[in-house]
Every structure is written in C-alpha cells, then in structure tokens.
Design a protein around this ligand. Structure first.
Ligand code: ADP
Ligand code: ZN
Length: 514
C-alpha cells in the first residue's frame, strides 16, 4: 500500500508532479522497513528514493556516498528546498564537525551524508541516535566485481549487524547480475527487494568507429555543432591534456580534467562546463560521477573503455534532458593490448579480462548495439533500436538458425559448464586432450560444425551472446550458459538472423581471452 503522503511530499518538497519508474515502489518498500537494492541508470532519479522517505520517517537518514564534491551539491540543493541536511567528511575541521554532531544528536537534521571513511565519527552515536534509514549510494563500490571498487566501502557490511532493524537502501547505476548479488551479500541485506529500471536510453545514438586519425575525426565531428557541450573520455592523463591543447589551438573552448590536476583547477573546469563556459572536457573517467548537467549533447570515447558498465555510465552523461545526443567510441587494437595488460596485472585479473573481452565484443558487434548493451544488463529485448550505427547501416544477414541450433545444443550437451573455446572445439570435433579426458567425443552434437572455421564459430557465438541467446558467466570460469531465449531456438524453431563474418582487414585482432 502506498503511503498517503507520497505524492504530496514529492510535489511540495521536490516540485515534481509524478514519480519516475520504480521510484514510488522503492520508496514504499523503504518506508515499510525493507532492505532494497535499486539499480537505476544515471539520471534515473535515485536521490529521491532516499530523500523523500527521509522526510517521512521519524528519525534521521544516513547516506553513504563516496564523493565529497557530490555530497556538498546534494546538501546544498536539499537546503535550498528547505530540508535540514548536512554532510560529514574529511574536508571539515573537528570543530565544524562537532557543531554538526550536536545538531544531529538534537535530531534537528533529517539527512546526513557521510563519506565511508568518516563513518567512525557517527559510530559511537548509533545507540543514542534514532536512525530510520541507511542509504548507500554508488553501492557498486563495495563489490570488487564491479568496475569501481573502493576499499573504504568494504566495511559497510557491519552496518546491518550494528543496526539490524534499520532498513538499508543500496543504490547504483551500474551492476551486472553477479555484482548485484555481491552487493546484497556484502551489505548483509535481508532478502532485499531488487528493482532494476530499464537501462534503455533511446535518445543516445551509438556508434563505433575505427581509431584512425582520431583527432581529425573529432574536429570534423564538432565542426558542425559549435555550441554543443561534449565530453571526450581518454585513457591517460597525458592524452586529455594533449587533446585539449590541440582543440584550444583551433579556438575551441576545451579543457583537460583528470585526478592529477589540483582540486581548484578541477572544480573550476567542472563549474565552467556546467555553466556552458567550457564547451568540451577532455577527461579521464575521474570526470562525471555526480555531475548533473542535462544538456551534454555528445560523448566520445577516444580510447576503448575497460568494461561495459563504465562505458554505459559514461555515455549516459549525454542527453540527460532526453533530447537526441550522440556517442562515438573509437576502437583500436593498441588500446586493447594496453588495457589487457592493465587488467591482467590488477585485482581480479581474470574477471577484468573477461569484462574487457565483452567490451571488445560490443565494439566488434555486427548486430544492434543497444540490444547488446541491454542484454549485458540483463534486459532482453527483441527488436532492433534503429539508433545505432549497425541499425542505420546494417551488415549482410543470413538465416543462421541451424548454426544457432548447433551452437546452443552444444552448450546444453556440455551442461552449460564450459567456456567458449571448449564449445568451439566440441562443435568442430577437435581431438584435443581435454575433449577426450571429459569423453565429450561420445556426446551428441560433437563434431556437427566441422565445416565452419574456428574463427567463424567464435564470431557466431559472440553474435549469439550479443543477441541474448546465451551468456558468459564471468564469475564461474567464463562458462557459457543458455538464457531463456535459447529455448525458443532449441524447441520452438525460432529463426535466428546472423551476420556474415567480416574478415579482419589488415592486422587480425584475436579474441582477448582464449
Ligand atoms: P541519479 O542519482 O539517478 O543519477 P538524480 O537523483 O540526480 O539521478 O536525478 C536526476 C535528475 O532527475 C535530477 O535533476 C532530479 O531532480 C530529476 N528527477 C528525479 N526524480 C524526478 C521526478 N519524479 N520527476 C522529475 N524529475 C525528477
Ligand atoms: Zn540498434
């Protein structure tokens, strides 16, 4: 049952007439005291989901948030709406914090934003404070499976033990299925209700281009949109500076932004961008989290992103006002090699490599890119989007039903427990040691695909993954599993359109992980 004051509070305190998808349900669950996990695209309206309950609940709401800059903005805008809010983080002096803590204890504050590092300040007060709700923003930061793991988040699991009767609302814009489960587990959520809003942002066009003469292509691209705000994401700090300089030399209002610049310089660039004084920001991924600028008209990825979550979040900064906006990703083999190297040296190397592989598959895709993105986030869609380069300029399709049937039944015969290379070997009737050791040569479907080359099978299987018929279980040795869509092909004779494999032109780009 919805709370009687839900709509009036939305209107009176926030000035909105109606809820966006899932907001009302999430708020109702939170008010009912349930643990909740809300996955909503950037700009989807997550903040209301804890700000509104905070006003209706008797005690205070604590919001864990990783970014100090973002906290200040949120608190300022709440105060502007007449809502008592404050934040606690390392940017404040002990005295400033002492004053705030007095106010919190006096219960004159409804919302307290805290950086996870500063949570210890509140800890001794928990027993005396009347805490009604704990919201954990950017909750994917708790999971080392996510793309933005922050060690300071790892301890947040203790909150549930410390305050077992206080509901927790975890919010994030990006989490694949496994990361979602991990968030719930790490935070000790009790049978959380999970809300996943559609990730579809129809107003964003999607395009991938080969990274040849990138600077020239960018200049061409921005030439006919002189006043449109845009972000160019680069892999290295050096590239952001070099690119900004090249654009400045052409009289374009561009600036570089990366974590190595002074805080003043960064916040000035951010302000200028928000106020339309600086047209283009050439940035590392340090730029953008929490920036609420609605009229970003385009986002370019100068380099291949590390994973689809990051990519989707970054392009999602364009077109928050819902107007048509463009995104371009430059794909280069050199970037891929470099990213592979980073990934293999970092935390969770195998997983990060698999995610990178998925990113590459997206870039190489021959079917609707939006379908691929959405299926990555667990949304199964059947129609093509019409607003990506593939839809606009389709490669040649053929009836791939038999190929799909062979591949999907091979996956089934192998009990959905083998990674891509084994499936291909199995289809091609390979006589390698692993196949014999597992006695796979005795199973049906073994060798039904000898007439198709290894390379082509790889492409077809990637297409089937991209089409959502099967998926890669990243957290289980990259096993290939079937999705519910596969049943239609296997048992209901659904037709599958595949795309003719295009041969690599000059240098061949092998799959990332074998
Ligand atoms: P997120 O944190 O999910 O990226 P925000 O909470 O910052 O998104 O909301 C994005 C924008 O949408 C903000 O400008 C916010 O004021 C606006 N917004 C949120 N909910 C609604 C609503 N129900 N109706 C209209 N605008 C809304
Ligand atoms: Zn499309």
């Amino acid at each position: 049952m919805t709370h009687p004051l839900l709509h009036t509070t939305l209107k009176e305190n926030f000035g909105f007439d109606k809820f966006r998808p899932h907001q009302a349900e999430i708020i109702s669950d939170v008010l009912a005291g349930l643990d909740t996990l809300a996955i909503m695209a950037t700009g989807g309206g997550k903040s209301i989901c804890f700000q509104l309950p905070a006003l209706l609940l008797p005690g205070i709401t604590i919001i864990l948030s990783p970014l100090i800059a973002l906290m200040k903005d949120q608190v300022d805008s709440l105060k502007a709406n007449g809502i008592a809010a404050c934040y606690l983080n390392s940017s404040q002096t002990d005295e400033e914090r002492a004053i705030l803590i007095d106010k919190i204890q006096a219960q004159t504050i409804k919302l307290v934003y805290v950086a996870p590092e500063s949570l210890t300040i509140l800890d001794p007060l928990f027993s005396s404070l009347n805490v009604s709700l704990i919201a954990i923003d950017e909750a994917h930061c708790i999971s080392s499976w996510g793309h933005d793991f922050r060690p300071a988040y790892t301890n947040l699991g203790y909150l549930k033990n410390r305050l077992p009767s206080v509901p927790i609302l975890a919010l994030t814009a990006t989490a694949d299925k496994a990361t979602r489960r991990d968030i719930a587990k790490q935070l000790n959520l009790k049978q959380p209700k999970i809300y996943i809003s559609s990730f579809d942002r129809k107003n964003l066009s999607l395009e991938v281009r080969p990274a040849l003469d990138r600077v020239k292509q960018i200049i061409e691209f921005i030439k006919d949109k002189p006043n449109a705000s845009g972000i160019i994401y680069c892999l290295s700090r050096k590239t952001t500076e070099e690119l900004a300089e090249k654009l400045q030399q052409l009289g374009i209002a561009a600036k570089a932004y990366h974590a190595g610049l002074d805080a003043d310089v960064r916040s000035q660039t951010q302000d200028e961008f928000i106020n339309d004084e600086c047209q283009i920001v050439c940035a590392t991924i340090a730029f953008g989290m929490g920036i609420d600028k609605s009229n970003v008209r385009w986002v370019i990825h100068y380099n291949l992103p590390k994973n689809i979550e990051g990519y989707y979040q970054e392009i999602g900064r364009a077109g928050r006002d819902g107007l048509p906006s463009e995104t371009i990703l430059f794909e280069s083999y050199g970037d891929l090699i470099q990213l592979q190297k980073f990934a293999s040296q970092g935390l969770n190397a195998e997983l990060q490599l698999a995610k990178l592989d998925r990113m590459k598959q997206y870039a190489d895709a021959l079917s609707c890119r939006r379908k691929i993105l959405l299926s990555y986030f667990g949304e199964l869609v059947t129609s093509n989007c019409g607003n990506c380069d593939i839809c606009k300029n389709p490669p040649s399709f053929f009836d791939g039903t038999i190929i799909a049937q062979k591949a999907l039944s091979a996956i089934k015969r192998l009990k959905e427990s083998e990674p891509l290379p084994v499936i291909i070997d199995f289809l091609r009737g390979s006589k390698n040691a692993y196949i014999f050791e597992k006695e796979y040569q005795n199973l049906k479907t073994y060798g039904v695909g000898t007439s198709i080359s290894w390379y082509d099978w790889n492409q077809y299987l990637i297409q089937l993954i991209n089409l959502g018929y099967c998926e890669i279980a990243f957290h289980q040795q990259n096993k290939i599993r079937l999705t519910s869509l596969a049943t239609k092909v296997l048992f209901e004779n659904e037709k599958v359109q595949l795309t003719a494999v295009q041969r690599p032109k000059t240098e061949s780009a092998p799959a990332v992980s074998k």
